[in-house]
Design a protein around this ligand. Structure first.
Ligand code: FAQ
Length: 318
């Protein structure tokens, strides 16, 4: 393609973005746009399926049948989110196998938050309330992201995340209204999950390498710090309502800003976790690799069945 032709295509692409029109898989797009989307969408997909593991740890130990059913349904939803996202990512010209390979070899990132352990039942409450809560705040703006398949996947994901958030908050509320030991368990879970939940929204804007370009492409609609502030402002009154204390001595309502000021996050811890040295990184990857290897016979059987079916159709046609 000549330089002039590329420039022309770039102008059409930029105009579409400016008009808030969606970019679809068969449309021309700059190579960097494609690569950036593969990076973000695949990280997001990996996060959904790795994110099933900390909660999966509690399915057999849920305190009642009702809780077990709700937790199972939530974890299955996360698997579904992973599937929509892998499919959306494949429309950018990368195969599912390549994406899994990147996850299993440690080349691909997934959300830092899923490298923390789930120590008590209250952690199921804290994950739903805080982690899904932060995920919704991050994902609602993604419903109007510029890449069509990603934006459409996000609409359903966000609806399901709302159920997850309420499920988690309801667990926390029940524990907070329970015996002193139950309330203490809820407070302990909040203490452990609060800061990792704030950090899961990404590095400070000043340290965020991708935000500027991603905002121009309307991949990101809000910056990491904007989302974090929104999360804090939304969550603090919820903690107050159920009588739990946010573990931040610097948390203070700022009347001028009409929002909360809050303390500093431990970014050394964040980068350690992102680089693979969190409390559960090795365990998470080995669980995924193990599932992939153990599932090989199922994939082989499904392929063999599909081939047989195809052969039958061809024979009948002859
Ligand atoms: N963990 O320049 P930025 C969920 C990396 S889904 C690990 O700010 P960007 C549902 C980043 O990749 C949760 N790495 O990057 C659920 C980049 O590295 P790279 C996942 C992180 O992309 C609930 C570098 O740092 N959600 O929870 C993290 O503009 C319960 C520089 O950062 C999504 O993926 C992190 N937390 O902004 C499931 C949403 N943060 O790639 C089960 C879509 C940053 O250059 C149970 N993603 N990094 O090597 C996004 O919105 C964005 O990618 C951000 C990061 C906001 C996460």
């Amino acid at each position: 393609m000549s330089e002039k032709e590329v420039k022309n295509l770039e102008e059409i692409f930029d105009a579409k973005i400016a008009r808030d029109e969606k970019i679809e898989p068969k449309d021309w797009m700059p190579e960097k746009y494609r690569q950036t989307h593969i990076r973000q969408i695949s990280q997001h997909a990996h996060s959904e399926i790795v994110g099933m593991l900390p909660e999966g740890n509690w399915i057999t130990r849920a305190p009642s049948l009702k809780r077990k059913v709700a937790l199972l349904a939530k974890i299955q939803d996360e698997a579904g989110h992973g599937l929509y996202l892998y499919s959306a990512c494949e429309t950018l010209g990368i195969s599912r196998e390549e994406l899994y390979e990147q996850l299993h070899s440690g080349k691909a990132k997934y959300s830092s938050i899923f490298n923390y352990p789930t120590l008590t039942w209250a952690d199921m409450g804290a994950i739903g309330w805080l982690v899904d809560g932060a995920a919704i705040i991050n994902q609602v703006p993604l419903c109007s992201t510029s890449y069509g398949p990603y934006a459409r996947a996000m609409v359903r994901v966000c609806k399901e995340e709302s159920f997850h958030q309420r499920q988690g908050f309801q667990i926390m509320m029940t524990l907070a209204e329970g015996t002193p030991e139950q309330k203490e368990m809820a407070q302990d879970a909040l203490n452990r999950w609060w800061w990792p939940s704030l950090m899961m929204l990404g590095p400070l804007d000043a340290e965020s390498v991708h935000t500027e370009q991603s905002m121009k492409w309307k991949l990101k609609r809000k910056s990491n710090d904007e989302l974090r502030q929104q999360f804090v402002d939304q969550t603090v009154p919820q903690a107050d309502m159920i009588g739990l204390t946010i573990p931040d001595p610097d948390l203070k309502w700022n009347e001028e800003k009409k929002s909360y000021d809050f303390g500093e996050m431990n970014w050394d811890e964040f980068w350690q976790v992102v680089k693979g040295h969190g409390p559960c990184n090795k365990e998470r990857i080995s669980a995924r690799v193990n599932a992939w290897e153990k599932g090989k016979w199922v994939r082989d059987a499904a392929m063999a069945y599909a081939e047989k079916k195809e052969e039958k159709v061809v024979k009948q046609a002859i």
